[in-house]
Design a protein around this ligand. Structure first.
Ligand code: HXC
Length: 257
């Protein structure tokens, strides 16, 4: 497929999506949204892909939804087109996703990073939900995912003041899993993605689904869900292989079945 606003690549079992609209700091217009989703869905359909990395440029992961594109729209425009609902398709991707954030991840950029499963930050990363400064609020899940990630006090402050938080603060708050030197960010993200892609894909999908269930349900229901998935895994070839390999003191060779 020919994309205009993103680059895609594949290294071993890792699919890479690089936002590539440098003239607008990777602002997420409708075309970027469509292309990111289409590329992610294509990787998701490909059984040779075990992890997807989403990244931007050194200066900006993404500086938000495209303000110039949003500006002229009316309520009826955005309602009838159900703006930003398509991003739910990215959240539905079953293959694990890793966001590698260098520079600005603001507004929709922060929200895109939070849709991903693992969030790695370069030490130059800046996160924020500055929508309020434009007279709007987060529209791609920011008020919900940020609050679940960092708690009410910090989410409320960030959404009400629009201030940015640096990588250190984001890590302390639990928004990112790790900070790495900006120069090593992509290598480190690829290494994490390679590790994930080396696991059994269906088991990784089940682990992702189980962790995500924690955000959707009560503790008791979530634990019951996990237990049923755990039981079901004993019907997979990869569980047999993983445990046999441990007992035989060798590396497992997963068939992704
Ligand atoms: C459209 C954008 C943009 C955006 C930057 N650009 N962010 N265009 N939408 N979100 C464009 C600028 O207009 C400029 O284009 C070029 O990118 C470079 O940006 P500069 O501002 O010149 O760069 P700099 O001075 O380094 O400042 C970087 C920045 C600033 C601090 C990130 O660009 C900024 O504040 N951007 C907006 C951040 C923001 O408010 N994001 C939230 C968007 S709302 P030209 O043509 O002038 O060179 C959102 C809501 C989601 O995401 C859903 C709810 C509605």
């Amino acid at each position: 497929t020919e994309y205009q606003t993103i680059l895609t690549d594949q290294k071993n079992r890792v699919g890479i999506i690089t936002l590539n609209r440098p003239e607008a700091l990777n602002a997420l217009n409708l075309q970027v949204m469509r292309e990111v989703i289409e590329a992610a869905q294509a990787f998701d359909r490909d059984p040779e892909i075990g992890c997807i990395v989403i990244t931007g440029s050194a200066k900006a992961f993404a500086a938000g939804a495209d303000i110039k594109e949003m500006q002229p729209n009316t309520y009826m425009d955005v309602y009838l087109q159900d703006w930003f609902s398509a991003w739910d398709r990215l959240a539905e991707v079953r293959t694990p996703t890793v966001a590698a954030v260098s520079g600005y991840a603001l507004g929709g950029g922060c929200e895109l990073a939070m849709i991903c499963d693992v969030l790695l930050a370069g030490d130059n990363a800046k996160f924020g939900q500055p929508e309020i400064k434009l007279g709007v609020i987060p529209g791609i899940g920011g008020s919900q995912r940020l609050t679940r990630a960092v708690g009410k006090a910090k989410a409320m402050e960030l959404c009400l003041t629009g201030r940015m938080m640096d990588a250190e603060e984001a890590e302390r708050a639990g928004l990112v899993s790790r900070i790495v030197p900006a120069a090593d960010l992509l290598d480190e993200a690829m290494s994490v993605a390679d590790t994930i892609a080396g696991m059994s894909l269906p088991i990784a999908m089940m682990a992702k689904e189980a962790v995500n269930r924690a955000f959707e349900t009560t503790l008791a229901e979530g634990v019951r869900f996990e237990r049923r998935v755990f039981h079901a895994i004993f019907a997979t070839a990869d569980q047999k292989e993983g445990m046999a390999a441990f007992v035989e003191k060798r590396k497992p060779s997963f068939q992704h079945r």
